[in-house]
Design a protein. Structure first.
Length: 480
């Protein structure tokens, strides 16, 4: 801030920054800022400024000047939410404009309002620092008595004590003096949060600790980012006072009451506008800090989630190899020398690969199957017992159970079957046959007990099924 105010072209820089960045426009698109500053330079040079005998102007165009101001820390270049590059004043730039505005505006003086503000602040500090219960109770009783006495006087028709215009003007100047310091305070808080974000990301990229430890530490720090700096802790305390929408509405109502008073006509137009904009500037400052906090937490969280130290080290090593190769190649190269690009990646040298993929025959034939012993009837019977449904036998049983009736109860038919045909798979096979013949379900729930080949029993619950008589139905699908 001091470097900005002490430089040779400080009047021009401060004037241009105050003209481009206002309370209504805290951020300006890069192209718009360049156009406005170039227009101001053109008007000043056309008016004769810039010569050695007159007020000197900085050399270069608006783009060069803005680049210098960004490097000096007076401007900040960033990308807005709409993906547009914008400039905004840094905390140092806001402080410089605040100092210049204080010096160039109405001169602050020792007044009753300023002394009263100081005395009230000291009294509040003493009350907050005094832990004595009895002292605080005595002060509260005295205050209640004074308020009650004033209320009684007004209820009896007493006149309201009013201050003269001179006292009100002093109080308004004191309010404006306090309000002018808020934008720089908000900007410092936002920049301190962004500085923490940059430090956290830089430390995270060079971290070699376990990922779980990094996640716990940096995510916790990102959530409590306002507690990491003195400015952040101070803002967190102030946010409890001004963060309530009802408090902002009450402040706006009080300012309207002040602006309706006749003494405000004695204020300059600039000071009246500043009084009007106090509430909105506070809201804007709070939003700016909260937006910086959300962005910092989002950036830190995204970096932690996507951070891979091994990959980052590999990329760094690759970049160092590329730079080393360029340092070796540049001294022996000529200006305009063509570089042969790498058009294909090198082929891996593998010992043996299959030459033709169309030959599906294995290199060795499979072992011959053993001869089947047809005399082992017990093994064949056991295999058939554990196999699928016996469709032919089940269909014959269902037809015999139905007789001449048009429909048949499938559950009753299964219960009437032999024990060899009461396996779980036979129940499914019987339902499949009924489905092919045409069936309908009833609301009744039936419990069926099945018998497995090892004589273990299992119970199934299913809805009642009534099937058409399968006699005369095409049996071509049974083999499937």
């Amino acid at each position: 801030m001091l470097a900005l105010l002490h430089q040779t072209h400080a009047p021009f820089v401060v004037t241009v920054l105050a003209m481009v960045f206002t309370a209504e426009r805290p951020t300006v698109a890069v192209a718009d800022a360049h156009a406005e500053i170039n227009d101001a330079l053109g008007q000043l040079r056309a008016a004769g400024y810039g010569d050695e005998d007159t007020q000197p102007l900085p050399a270069g165009n608006a783009r060069d000047l803005c680049r210098q101001w960004v490097q000096a820390g007076w401007l900040v270049r960033q990308v807005s939410d709409d993906d547009v590059e914008v400039y905004r004043l840094s905390a140092y730039g806001v402080g410089a404009l605040e100092v210049a505005g204080r010096v160039g505006g109405a001169r602050t003086r020792v007044s009753e309002s300023r002394v009263r503000t100081l005395l009230e602040a000291i009294e509040r500090l003493a009350q907050d620092a005094d832990p004595d219960l009895m002292s605080r109770m005595v002060r509260l009783h005295e205050e209640i008595q004074q308020r009650q006495k004033e209320l009684t006087r007004l209820e009896k028709g007493g006149a309201v004590e009013t201050a003269d215009d001179e006292q009100l003007l002093e109080a308004a100047e004191n309010v404006l003096h306090l309000a002018r310091e808020l934008p720089a305070d908000f900007a410092r808080v936002a920049e301190s949060i962004k500085a923490i974000q940059r430090d956290v990301v830089a430390e995270l990229r060079h971290d070699v600790r376990p990922t779980g430890e990094v996640l716990r530490e940096y995510l916790a720090r990102g959530q409590r980012i306002l507690d990491a700096t003195p400015e952040g802790r101070a803002f967190a305390g102030a946010l409890r006072l001004i963060g309530d929408p009802a408090q902002i509405d009450s402040l706006w109502g009080q300012l309207r009451t002040v602006l309706r008073h006749r003494f405000t006509e004695l204020l300059p137009q600039q000071q009246r506008r500043e009084l009007t904009e106090i509430s909105r500037r506070i809201e804007q400052g709070v939003k700016e800090v909260l937006a910086a906090q959300r962005q910092a937490s989002h950036v830190i969280t995204s970096q932690v989630r996507n951070h891979d130290p091994m990959r980052d080290r590999q990329v760094d090593e690759l970049l160092r190899d590329v730079m080393s190769g360029l340092h070796k190649w540049v001294p022996g190269s000529r200006r305009g020398e063509a570089v042969e690009p790498l058009r294909r990646l090198p082929v891996a040298d593998v010992g043996n690969l299959r030459q033709r993929m169309s030959d599906l025959r294995p290199s060795q034939p499979p072992a011959p199957l053993p001869d089947w012993d047809e005399s082992d009837d017990l093994q064949a019977a056991d295999t058939r017992a554990w196999g699928g449904p016996r469709y032919a036998e089940l269909r014959a049983h269902l037809e015999a159970f139905a007789g001449a009736a048009a429909s048949v109860d499938v559950v009753a038919a299964f219960r009437a079957a032999d024990e060899e045909n009461q396996r779980p798979v036979d129940l499914l096979g019987l339902l499949e046959i009924a489905h092919g013949a045409g069936m309908s379900e009833t609301a009744e729930v039936a419990i069926v007990e099945t018998v497995r080949p090892d004589r273990t029993r299992r119970r199934f619950a299913l809805g009642g099924v009534v099937a058409a008589n399968p006699v005369g139905v095409d049996r071509s699908g049974d083999d499937e």
